[in-house]
Ligand binder design. Sequence first.
Ligand code: HSE
Length: 349
Amino acid sequence: MNVERIRYAAANQVMERSSEQGKSRACAMRSCAVRGARVKVTAPSTTANLGPGFDVFGLAHDTFLDTVEIEVTSQNKIEVEVTGVDSSSVSCDSNKNTAGVVANSLVERLPTGCGLRIRVNKGIPVGKGLGSSGASAAACAFGLNRIMRLGLSSDQMIQLAAKGETASAGSPHADNVAASILGGFTIIQSYEPFHVIGLSPPENLRVALAIPNVLTTEKKTEYARAILPKLIPIEKMVHNVGQASSMIVGILSGDLDLIGRSMIDAVVEPERAKFVPGYWKIKKSALAAGAAGVAISGAGPTMIAVVDEEKVPSIQVAEAMKEEFETEGIDCRAFASKPAKGANIVEER
Ligand code: HSE
């Protein structure tokens, strides 16, 4: 049974790291980090919700990633630089940038007179529902845990990264950052007390992504959350609990059809579909092309299809969605992805 496998792996890593730091821990807590120390971290793109799991389910995919380099400086400030894909639409203000918000929240744990330089290189398209803001926050939390020797558990690291999400979504939802840190499929069991469970997706699970070139509002996620109903009729709750539970059974038993059939959301999808031109037609085309299930990726407008690669190549499903977007007069990019591993330290000194 692979329940919590990834989570435990991540927790073990944290524990190993803490014991390596062993005796110097007390000193590390005083001085926290070494001037000039530098770490470079990658974190993958993610899809939140996957239909019925609003703010609960997350899946990391391997098509895009953000890279965040963190350096301890002798400047008494947090500096943020942003380069890469869509970087002109990402703030360098440390109070607004998701990585900057994470760094700011730890400022009092830096040695006196020290600061941080955070270089964010965006690889994940911004504002498309691919967990772009979450990945920058996730990479930053992961890197700061290392460079400042914080010894955080994976739950604590995810909570730290979720603070960054407030900068873009107005609320600290943790579904994207959980998947971006742990990789694979993640479930936020509860926010209070906070606990995340990680699962390994079935080997044959593939993902088709269709990223339409539609204009979104500046605070897209905040808006996409504001339009959601505040009260849910009990029938819809019953429906979503049934679908979400079935999806987990599908993941644990490797039943791709069950996963796909469970990607039906009675609460969020009907509201947000209105903002994805041709959504229901595109979903139908993807299913006709062999997708097991289709949903809006996070707050959209990207659409995600789960595909059993033993039945159909995921690029075929992605292309079917792209074509349907194009018949709506909307340019679209199609990608075939696999589930990804989580945040990773790629350089350190
Ligand atoms: N669960 C969040 C939402 C994810 O759907 O608003 C945003 O990426």
